[in-house]
Unconditional design. Structure first.
Lengths: 359, 1291
């Protein structure tokens, strides 16, 4: 436009001084240019780009690759899970079976609550053998429960009086409860003693909690105070001469579980257990799960890289991998049976049915 | 035209209807000025499409012109107009001098006005029933206004109305040059303006108040407030406030910055200076200090600081020229004049004092009623006596005026209301789906609450001892035995409901509104930056004035376009001429050499005038003019151009050309530039053309004109001028040559000119026939034609005419008719000189753009104020109409007429009755309404009778009858079955009415595009308003949502950016629904595993960050940058646009599919980790951490799967968010105070964790991927095919 205008005007001016007219024009054009959008690939949305389209090749390759990766992973995990030896023994019913009123029995502090169970090792269990207790139907993830703790108080002596969010287990008339809150209050207090062939098995209860928790979340100068002194005893008592950072059972317990059926680490047996060994377990059955219908289980398990015994991951991977391979094959067939040339304009709706409607 | 139609709209419509019955059937829509009440109805001016200001100008002009011949003013005997109107004899009113009688009406004593409002319609108008065509129209538009009363425009009107009534009792008194007395009650504002919203002190409260007007923020606030209640504290208290504070801060900063800028511009404006009369002399004073009543002097080219009544000007007759560009967008000069009574005293310099009674401030810029007492005289003031703030003084050395309205009360400020925000269609659909989401939310919350209630009920006797519930204090202390946070089962259930609302709050995607705003901002940036939409000729960029409706651009079904200035450039160009039966100008200046040669020849003859605009010159005609031989042809050509130069009302403005230095090498020096200012662009073109051929008009005063003919100045006395009117359709001027010969020069439309030609001799006949042939030829090319003729007047004739003319032009009654009769005296027996053809040049690329739009399935309607013939010819030239089209022309003058015409058209072309039409519409809607086919094809499938494309041409007059009646639906049926609709002679409000017709009857999106003030109502009415920043200034732009330089950009705006924006926003909305719902559902499943206790496994911060940080950036980036197709493909296949109005990117079906997909994905998300970690020692925070990462990875991969165009930024955004999520987790897990301390480090060591995430991602997305692939194989969409084609072509 601009150049045209310049040409006309200079021509009309008699052809003379055309060059000057051009310079005038270009300077004004330059002035306008300041308002003109600066051209760049970014502003024009022309940046180099990858525009993937789902070509048959891409689709089939994707499925095949997923299949090829997933099936081996599934097999490996499955075999890892198979290698894990796990002994699960539910003892809450058995140990209380002789008492008609289980709740009264468990709440009576005077009765002898020891209970003996015999476990048979099915396969060789390489050390370390992890000892877990499993509670079922215990909603450690209940909101009231999860919130019922005070991390500041646990961490430092100075915050001893900080019992916010710990109600109704926050303080007694004697002062604040350390550690406060329902979680600490309901600390699990069954104990297990193991012996094989009348020989006691040492249970290592050290390092069952996360180091990070021990070092930073539970203070080494914080000692239990007024704990379990209320009218209602929730569970274990704590030795008030041991700082919280060394009360590992408490630390483990305070990492509340995600689901209502959960296991917690009790300790480790650092000896191999031979197949068909009979393990005698003397259980101090103290913890009250009877009042809410919970279950207690003792679990001995070895471990592998995927954790405990769980076939789900392996089976899922194999299934998905297989499904993907199947899809790959079906898509190959689909593309053979009903090929559609990509980007063929004759498939455009207005070309396909000129007078009709799409779909 | 903007809002003010004060007195008419409501009070008169009824009487007008009655009145029309008696109206004669004459179709004279432009004839508007005779009815006295018309003068205060600006809606009538709307009708004529020339604005009131133009009329005023003509009027003023006429005054000047006639002044020399017959000193006519001051119009002394100011009889009350009421009587003048009722005395008017009927029948003869259609005379040329409509304007003078209008002037009349404007000058009638304003006292009557207030009262006339009430009875004027019924009483006065009954008497002269044939003045009323115009009335009908104004009535029509006022009915239309009533119709539009849904819109708030009318509210303004009614406000004006009240104000006017108020004026009757409560005039504003202005004591000239006595501001103190004027404002003794301190009720008038000063001239300080304030457009800013806040001050430093009010900023915080006011800004917060405004921000909380948005529902989204209220929702945030309500949720945050709920969370503060002790039983409900789901999140930490500060955490829950974080999102709200974040948004508030961002918005406040943005608002603050904008306001600061407004403050700055206000300050600049307020500190400008003007000369104000202080202590007897003019001294500089800051604008903000100017008060009402002060006397201000303005010099040429200065901006007027406030609304002032003119007292005097540098012109002895009191004339002043102003440019109202800033006000109404019209760039031509308008005339204002000071009252003769005041002019003299101003000149004498004596003390000026007087009293002005004027109406209270209102926003009608086309009206001003007041009167003035001055030196004992009392006289009325009108619109033509006032200059408004924002105008510029041009071509006048100085003016002196008295301030009547200042500051916020000026008409300019009252008119600066921002156009109301529009809401996009997609957003309203989105709100519908949001309702569904709320239903989901409520269902989920009810499930949780119900579960909670049942659970509590089942465990109610154990609650005291249950280790994980423990409702009572059991400690030795004062609280012993009390319950803790337990309020009974019903209350607990209710609280559980509320707290689950808090947990699930993001189900309602409130952040989506903010995301969408950001996305639109980004989209607007790219639209503005698009170099293809930059108009280099005017240097104007594309502008996004509204940020809410970007995606609507992708769904337009109807485009309503103005013609002049929108389709055409509004630059008239002299194209061809037929002189003395010979056609010139058929060969355009293709031959440069020849042209050069001509110019060299011309050099000798050419004057030292240079035109602002250049006109191409036809060489042969030029030669003819400059040949030495004398002949008939030469004389005819000479007179032809003389007529072009003399017979007009154009004002030449001479200025020193600053850039003329380059010409000094040539023979001329001291080159002046002439710019022609005139009301009609056609006249400007003709005068410019005459100048190019050596007949330069360079001086015009009221009594004479001076024409420079090839260097010789010719002074011609103008004895009289008969202005153009729509009855005669011609104008004539009687001039006396220096040699005392008198000629009458006439130009006019061929229809009226050919009949008044002298008819003697073979040769004349021959010329006439040839000219007629040429005229047909020209008009078929879409050129506007005029016939030029002249004749000598004998002394006797002259004397007779002069006598009559003088009589007529000073006559107070019936002046128009008398003038018309007078004109008939001289406008006869004319010698045909020739004909001109002017091109209203189409803008570049208009036919292509229209064709593309039409292919895209968009219906283009043209609404123009032009007359039918012009409209049709333009329609042809811009390929809107094609020769094979059947034209249905509806131009009835009565309701009956229109009804018949419509019925005829229907039977003739076999259109369905409205019922069938409706069914058809219904069925079309069912089968994806508006499939790409052009309407006539779908028509042919349903009604075989119609196989030719139809074009509907309807004029404004008929629309008056149709739009207010039940005929509306008939019109709608016909119009929608036509391929093209052309509406000519439509008033601005009718334009809006037509848009409303479509808007109210279909769901289709409408777009209005226009450039002038007359398009404003249409632009505001349509779903999307586009303003062209062209010749006619900024009024349309101010009202528009988007503004651009040329019509042709519309193609790119809709087909490319509209498509992109729609696709992007459509996907964005669905994705955001999904993104939030999948997260909420995941939480929901978990809550079912926690005894319904609304525990969240995720940490508070993760929950808050999820939608704010973890997943928001990719959606924004994709919403701004993703492109399904390149602009080349989109322009190549305009039909791809159809996916927009077929709602393909966002609809109910897609919503439900997305929701099903969401359900599946959330189940996978929840249950895979559940099974993997079943009966393990995993703790709640590790699980939460896993879920957080899993959901973030999942939604990002989901997005990645749908991204169509990966640029660097997309990669950064998508993968970056996953990385940022990890980084945030690491940071959050490194703070010992949180219970989730160190979780991520533990997790990351375990392979199970990674395998779980991989498994979740793949399994969750597998169905979506398979469905997508299958869909693409078997049911490929057009977009997808085009995409494949594009991809494969490139590689």
């Amino acid at each position: 436009m601009n150049t045209n205008g310049a040409a006309t005007s200079s021509a009309a001016a008699g052809g003379g001084g055309g060059s000057l007219a051009v310079t005038v024009d270009s300077s004004s054009a330059a002035k306008k240019n300041s308002k003109k959008p600066k051209y760049s690939k970014f502003t024009q949305q022309e940046l180099p780009a990858c525009k993937p389209i789902l070509t048959p090749g891409l689709v089939i390759t994707t499925f095949t690759i997923i299949g090829i990766i997933f099936i081996p992973i599934g097999l490996v995990s499955l075999s890892a899970s198979e290698h894990v030896v796990e002994i699960v023994d539910r003892y809450d019913e058995v140990c209380a079976s002789i008492h008609p009123n289980k709740v009264a029995y468990i709440q009576n502090s005077l009765t002898n609550k020891s209970c003996t169970r015999t476990l048979i090792v099915p396969k060789l269990m390489k050390s370390p053998v992890f000892i877990y207790y499993q509670l079922d139907n215990f909603y450690q993830n209940h909101r009231r429960y999860v919130k019922s703790r005070n991390d500041k108080q646990l961490r430092s002596k100075a915050a001893e009086f900080d019992t916010t969010s710990c109600e109704p287990e926050d303080k007694t008339s004697a002062g604040p409860i350390v550690p406060c809150g329902l979680i600490a209050w309901s600390l699990f207090n069954d104990t297990y003693g193991f012996s094989v062939k009348n020989k006691m098995l040492a249970v290592n209860k050290k390092n069952i909690a996360w180091d990070s928790d021990k070092e930073h979340k539970f203070g080494s100068d914080v000692y239990p105070k007024n704990f379990q002194s209320g009218g209602l005893i929730g569970g274990a008592k704590l030795n008030s001469s041991i700082p919280l950072s060394e009360q590992e059972d408490l630390i483990v317990w305070m990492r509340t579980a995600a689901l209502p059926n959960f296991r917690k680490l009790y300790g480790r047996i650092e000896e191999d257990l031979q197949a068909n060994d009979k393990i005698t377990v003397i259980i101090q059955n103290n913890y009250n799960t009877y009042s809410f219908g919970g279950k207690k289980k003792l679990v001995l398990s070895t471990t592998s890289w995927i954790g405990g015994k769980n076939d789900f991951l392996g089976i899922a991977y194999i299934t998905v991998g297989g499904l993907c391979l199947f899809l790959a094959v079906s898509f190959i067939l689909l593309y053979i049976i009903k090929p559609r040339p990509l980007g063929d304009p004759s498939y455009l709706s207005w070309n396909r049915c000129p007078s009709g409607h799409p779909n | 035209m903007i809002s003010g139609h004060p007195l008419h709209s409501s009070s008169e419509s009824s009487s007008v209807v009655v009145h029309r019955r008696g109206a004669s059937a004459r179709n004279l829509p432009t004839f508007h000025s005779i009815c006295p009440s018309v003068s205060f109805s600006s809606s009538t001016y709307d009708e004529t499409e020339t604005s009131c200001l133009k009329d005023q100008k003509e009027e003023g002009e006429e005054t000047t012109l006639s002044a020399g011949a017959t000193p006519r003013y001051p119009l002394e005997p100011l009889t009350s107009l009421a009587c003048s109107a009722s005395v008017l004899p009927s029948k003869q009113l259609f005379s040329s001098d409509a304007r003078s009688s209008q002037q009349f009406s404007l000058e009638c004593p304003t006292k009557n006005r207030g009262s006339r409002v009430s009875w004027g319609g019924s009483m006065e108008l009954h008497d002269n029933n044939n003045t009323c065509t115009s009335f009908d129209i104004s009535g029509g538009s006022s009915v239309l206004q009533d119709k539009l009363s849904k819109s708030r425009r009318v509210r303004n009107k009614s406000v004006d109305f009240d104000e006017n009534l108020l004026y009757a009792e409560n005039p504003r008194l202005i004591y000239i040059n006595d501001p103190r007395r004027t404002n003794d009650k301190y009720e008038f504002t000063g001239n300080e303006i304030r457009t800013s919203k806040y001050t430093l002190i009010t900023f915080l409260p006011k800004n917060l108040f405004i921000q909380f007007h948005r529902v989204a923020y209220l929702y945030f606030l309500a949720i945050a407030a709920l969370n503060q209640l002790p039983p409900l504290a789901v999140f930490g208290r500060t955490v829950s406030l974080f999102p709200l504070l974040f948004v508030l801060c961002v918005t406040a900063i943005k608002d603050g910055y904008e306001d600061w800028r407004r403050h700055r511009s206000d300050r600049n404006e307020n500190n400008r200076e003007a000369l104000v009369l202080q202590f007897g002399e003019f001294q500089l004073k800051k604008w903000k200090k100017i008060r009402a009543g002060e006397v201000v002097k303005i010099h040429a080219d200065e901006t007027i600081p406030c609304d002032m009544v003119l007292l005097g000007t540098s012109d002895p007759s009191g004339l002043a020229y102003i440019q109202t560009m800033n006000l109404d967008g019209e760039s031509n000069l308008k005339t204002r004049y000071a009252r003769q009574e005041t002019v003299s005293s101003v000149f004498e310099g004596c003390n000026i004092s007087g009293l002005i009674r004027c109406e209270q401030p209102n926003r009608n810029i086309y009206e001003f009623t007041a009167n003035m007492e001055f030196n004992g005289q009392k006289f009325p003031l009108s619109q033509s006596n006032i200059v408004l703030r924002g105008c510029q003084l041009k071509n006048t050395d100085w003016i002196i005026g008295v301030v009547v309205y200042a500051g916020q009360e000026t008409k300019a400020m009252l008119n600066s209301a921002i156009s109301p925000a529009k809401r996009s269609k997609l957003e309203s659909y989105m709100n519908r789906e949001t309702l569904w989401l709320s239903v989901f939310l409520l269902v989920m919350c009810s499930v949780v609450a119900l579960g909670m209630g049942l659970w509590l009920n089942r465990h109610k006797d154990k609650l005291d001892t249950l280790p994980y519930y423990r409702k009572r204090y059991q400690v030795n202390g004062k609280d012993n035995g009390k319950t803790y946070r337990y309020y009974g089962i019903p209350m607990e259930t209710f609280f559980s409901f509320l707290s689950s609302i808090i947990v699930f709050q993001i189900m309602i995607p409130i952040s989506l509104y903010i995301t969408m705003e950001l996305v639109r901002l980004g989209q607007s940036y790219f639209m503005i930056e698009d170099k293809h939409m930059y108009d280099s000729s005017s240097g104007s960029r594309f502008q996004c004035r509204s940020l809410n409706i970007n995606e609507d651009l992708g769904q337009i079904r109807y485009v309503f376009s103005d013609k002049t200035g929108t389709l055409t450039e509004n630059k008239m160009e002299f194209r061809k001429a037929s002189v003395c039966g010979k056609n010139f100008g058929s060969s355009n200046l293709t031959d440069d050499l020849q042209h050069e040669h001509n110019i060299r020849d011309a050099a000798d003859f050419r004057s030292r005038w240079k035109l602002k605009s250049e006109v191409s010159v036809d060489s042969s005609l030029f030669d003819l003019l400059h040949k030495d031989l004398v002949g008939d042809e030469k004389i005819a050509a000479h007179e032809f151009f003389l007529t072009l130069a003399a017979c007009n009302t154009v004002i030449p403005i001479v200025s020193q050309d600053t850039s003329s230095g380059h010409r000094s090498s040539e023979s001329w020096e001291d080159v002046d530039t002439i710019e022609y200012q005139g009301e009609s662009p056609d006249e400007q073109a003709l005068v410019s053309a005459a100048s190019a051929y050596g007949y330069t008009l360079f001086e015009r005063t009221s009594g004479h004109i001076v024409i420079d003919i090839n260097g010789n100045k010719l002074r011609l006395d103008v004895l009289g001028l008969h202005e153009f009117d729509s009855v005669r359709k011609r104008m004539s001027v009687v001039i006396r040559f220096p040699d005392n010969s008198v000629k009458v020069l006439v130009k006019g439309a061929d229809t009226t000119m050919l009949s008044i030609l002298a008819n003697d001799g073979e040769r004349d006949d021959q010329i006439k026939r040839a000219t007629q042939r040429h005229l047909i030829e020209y008009s078929s090319e879409g050129l506007r034609t005029l016939v030029v003729a002249a004749r000598d007047l004998t002394d006797a004739e002259l004397e007779q005419w002069q006598c009559r003319y003088e009589d007529a032009s000073t006559s107070l009654i019936d002046r128009a008719a008398k003038l018309r009769q007078t004109a008939a005296l001289v406008e006869c027996n004319l010698n045909l000189l020739g004909a001109t053809a002017i091109e209203d040049k189409l803008q570049d690329g208009v036919p292509e753009a229209i064709e593309a739009l039409r292919q895209a399935g968009i219906k283009v309607w043209v609404l123009t104020g032009d007359k039918q013939e012009t409209a049709i010819s333009i329609g042809l030239s811009c390929k809107l109409l094609t020769v094979d089209m059947q034209q249905i022309i509806i131009n009835g003058n009565s309701e009956e007429d229109c009804r018949n015409l419509l019925a005829d058209a229907k039977t003739k072309y076999g259109l369905q009755s409205s019922n069938r039409k409706k069914q058809n519409l219904e069925s079309r809607k069912n089968s994806e309404i508006g499939y790409l086919e052009i309407p006539d094809d779908t028509k042919s499938s349903s009604v075989p009778a119609v196989c030719v494309p139809l074009a509907l041409i309807i004029d404004g007059n008929s629309l008056v009858y149709i739009l207010e009646k039940d005929l509306e639906s008939e019109l709608f049926n016909i119009a929608t079955s036509c391929r093209v609709v052309l509406c000519c002679r439509v008033a601005p409000l009718q334009k809006a009415g037509i848009v409303d017709l479509i808007k109210s009857r279909t769901d289709d999106m409408t777009l209005a595009i226009g450039d002038g003030a007359n398009d404003v109502s249409m632009i505001q009415m349509a779903d999307v308003g586009v303003g062209i920043c062209g010749q006619e200034g900024r009024q349309a732009v101010m009202a528009s949502d988007f503004a651009m330089g040329q019509f042709q950009f519309l193609k790119r705006l809709l087909l490319v950016h509209g498509h992109w924006n729609y696709q992007r926003v459509g996907y964005l909305v669905l994705y955001n629904f999904y993104r939030n719902a999948v997260f909420v559902l995941m939480l929901f499943w978990y809550i079912l595993c926690t005894a319904f206790s609304t525990t969240s496994a995720l940490t508070d911060w993760s929950s808050v960050f999820y939608s704010v940080i973890y997943t928001s950036i990719p959606t924004i980036v994709v919403g701004i940058l993703d492109k399904d197709l390149s602009h080349r493909t989109l322009l190549q296949y305009p039909k791809l646009y159809g996916s927009g109005y077929r709602h393909e990117a966002y609809n109910m079906r897609l919503f439900w599919i997305t929701m099903i997909d969401t359900l599946w994905q959330s189940l996978i998300l929840f249950y895979v980790p559940l099974y993997v970690y079943k009966e393990s020692s995993i703790d709640i925070w590790s699980m939460g951490s896993l879920w957080t990462i899993a959901v973030v990875v999942l939604v990002n991969i989901h997005l990645a799967m749908d991204i169509q165009r990966w640029v660097f930024i997309t990669h950064v955004a998508v993968w970056g968010s996953i990385i940022i999520t990890y980084a945030c987790m690491v940071v959050l897990d490194s703070i010992p105070i949180f219970p989730n301390y160190w979780t991520i480090y533990h997790l990351a060591k375990s392979p199970t964790y990674w395998l779980t995430i991989l498994l979740i991602t793949i399994v969750a997305l597998l169905p979506r991927f398979v469905v997508k692939v299958v869909h693409q194989i078997f049911w490929p969409s057009d977009i997808q095919i085009a995409r494949e084609a594009e991809r494969l072509r490139a590689s």
